[in-house]
Ligand binder design. Sequence first.
Ligand SMILES: [Zn+2]
Length: 187
Amino acid sequence: MEYKKKKLCLPGDIVGVIEEFIPSKNVYQENYNLRSKVIGTASFDFESKIVEVIPKSMNLGIPKVNDEIIGIVDQTQGGIVSVRILEINNKPVHSQFIGLLILRSFAGNVGPKIVLKLGDLIKAKVISLTNNLIHLSINDEKYGVIYTKCSFCGGDVQVVGRRIQCVDCKMVDERKLSSDFGMFKKH
Ligand SMILES: [Zn+2]
């Protein structure tokens, strides 16, 4: 009797423990744990006790380092922003991924304050997948907010210098704007 099970995993994910399985392709051992080296599908063979990970190809919609993403800011707390990823390299994603942006790393920067708000649509780059987290960066002029609405009245905004201003209520607000701001048409 052959029994196999498959499971999606990210680099560093635990795919088993050494008492249960023999590590094979793309699997490494750390203490008692077996972890995946890559993003892919872990395949468990319960007969031979072998676990291996078959790497995913890049166009299956899983974020990789250096990918550009578009996403919506859905939480900000203590300099950590979580971003719901909608597109990877201009292709819509099929699963839900949450990226993390740590604004603290910009604290030493002089120049405009880095500001993002809930609901902002942003463009960012994937800089690491450490600890199974999708770490994002907006540290480039093409990254940052590409679409937003007035946070006071919900009106459309226009860029005034390095800030945005509501065309309805005239409120001025700070954002880290992408050089693509305004070019984006919301689907
Ligand atoms: Zn307004």
